[in-house]
Every structure is written in C-alpha cells, then in structure tokens.
Ligand binder design. Structure first.
Ligand SMILES: O=C(O)C[C@H]1NC(=O)NC1=O
Length: 245
C-alpha cells in the first residue's frame, strides 16, 4: 500500500525526517511518500499559521488524488490542520497525528501528558482533546518552549529540553505515557522513551500504523453525510482553480 505523509509546514527537511521515521515503522509492502505545501508557514506555531496551513493540506490531498494510487494520508502537524476538509476530498483514510496519538496513548495508559514545542500552541491541543473526547485522559499539556524549527537547527538543545519536560511530566503528573506534540519530533521517540523510562507516543508513527490498519480492514472515509465530497461551486481569485472540483 502507499501512504502519503503531508507535512503542513513548508520545511522540506522536516518533511524528509517525517518520511524516514514513518517508513521505518511501516509494514513490509507499505510505501511511504511525503510532501509539503508549495506555499505556507515554514513552521506552525499559532492559530494564524494553522489556518494558512490548512489550505495547503487540502491542496496536497487534491494533488495526491490527481496523482492516484494513494491509499491513505497522514496530516503530520500536531494541530491536525484541515483534517476534516481533507477527509471531504478523498475516500482514502486521512489521519491526523494528534488524534492518532491520543487514541494510542489511551490504549496503553489511563492518563497521559502532552509535551509540545511552544506553550502558546497548547490551547490548540486542548481544543483537539475536547473535540476528540480525550480531555479526561490528558493530565497536562506541557511545552519544551522551543521554536519548532529548533528541532532542525538546534537538535541537541531541543532534545535536552524535551527530555527535561518529559521527566517533569513523569514525576509530577501521575501519568503512564507521554504524547509528543510535534510532527518534527517524529525521529526522537525511541531516544526520548529510553531517557524518560515511559512509553512515548509520537503522532506520525501512530497515524501511519492506524492508516495501515484502516486500509488493511478495507475501511475508508465515509462519503455518506458531512464527509461527502464538497458541493461543486465557483471559487474566485487565487482559489479559482478549485472551482467545480
Ligand atoms: O503545534 C505545534 O506546536 C507543532 C506543530 N507545528 C509544526 O510546524 N508542526 C507541528 O507538529
């Protein structure tokens, strides 16, 4: 099967790291490709960044549908930007890394904490926990207080900050597992788990394995109801190419 990982930010090196992490976890016979929008934020650290990146996610799914042969998509940003819009555009399963991580974390612990990059995006994770029904499972949303691109530009310092915050969560929050709250942490999971001594759930890998499961079960995004294809209509200006999809 073929799974497309979409990095909603436009940092190609982060996309490559996500693809590598996902391919390492993929089952034999699963091909993982990755893409990012041509236009949008280089990192997603605010509501505004999320809103802009959601358009890019939709455009990447449309590209994938035109390309053909893609069995599932992963939206690889912890805010799950544009997830429901993306699901409207395809019958293929579309899995957000936050939603995937929350599901898996509740299967291995009764309580988990999230460690994300910047504290100001914590409210986005809080809203997702409420939306997906996991609020009572999550003890606390913590932040390493590192800009997302520090994961690329200052990886050692970023790793240290993330581990320190994970250790505080382990010692203070009464939890059994940790969810990493950034797609850019996809290649750090094993090292962090080894340092912290708790199971660490990372969203790109979680979403990849859930996508494989859905495809293997023959499950697809329902086209009955609100996730049916969008109604054909005219779009104007720079979105005119989306007219009558
Ligand atoms: O929401 C966050 O804090 C992290 C989020 N930003 C980004 O560019 N990729 C992410 O996963």
């Amino acid at each position: 099967m073929h799974i497309r990982v979409i990095n909603p930010n436009t940092t190609a090196s982060m996309t490559a790291a996500m693809r590598q992490a996902a391919q390492q976890q993929a089952a034999e016979g699963t091909t993982v490709s990755a893409s990012q929008p041509d236009a949008g934020p280089v990192s997603i650290e605010s509501h505004f960044d999320e809103a802009i990146s959601a358009v890019g996610v939709a455009e990447e799914v449309l590209k994938g549908e035109r390309e053909g042969g893609i069995d599932a998509y992963v939206v690889a940003c912890f805010g799950d930007p544009g997830l429901l819009a993306a699901r409207e555009l395809t019958r293929a399963p579309v899995i957000g890394i936050a939603e995937a991580a929350f599901h898996l974390a509740t299967l291995i612990s009764t309580r988990f904490s999230i460690v994300t990059s910047l504290g100001r995006t914590g409210i986005i994770a809080e809203h997702l926990l409420q939306q997906y029904g996991f609020s009572h499972h999550c003890r606390r949303i913590r932040a390493a207080e590192i800009p997302v691109l520090d994961l690329e530009h200052h990886p050692e310092a970023a790793f240290t900050r993330i581990v320190e915050e994970c250790c505080r969560a382990r010692d203070e929050d009464g939890i059994g597992a940790i969810v990493l709250g950034c797609g850019g942490m996809a290649n750090l999971t094993q090292e962090i788990s080894h340092e912290v001594g708790l199971p660490v759930v990372e969203g790109v890998s979680a979403a990849l394995k859930l996508a494989e499961s859905l495809v293997s079960l023959g499950l697809y995004t329902s086209k009955h109801g609100d996730l049916a294809y969008p109604l054909p209509k005219a779009f104007t200006g720079k979105f005119s190419g989306l007219s009558d999809l």
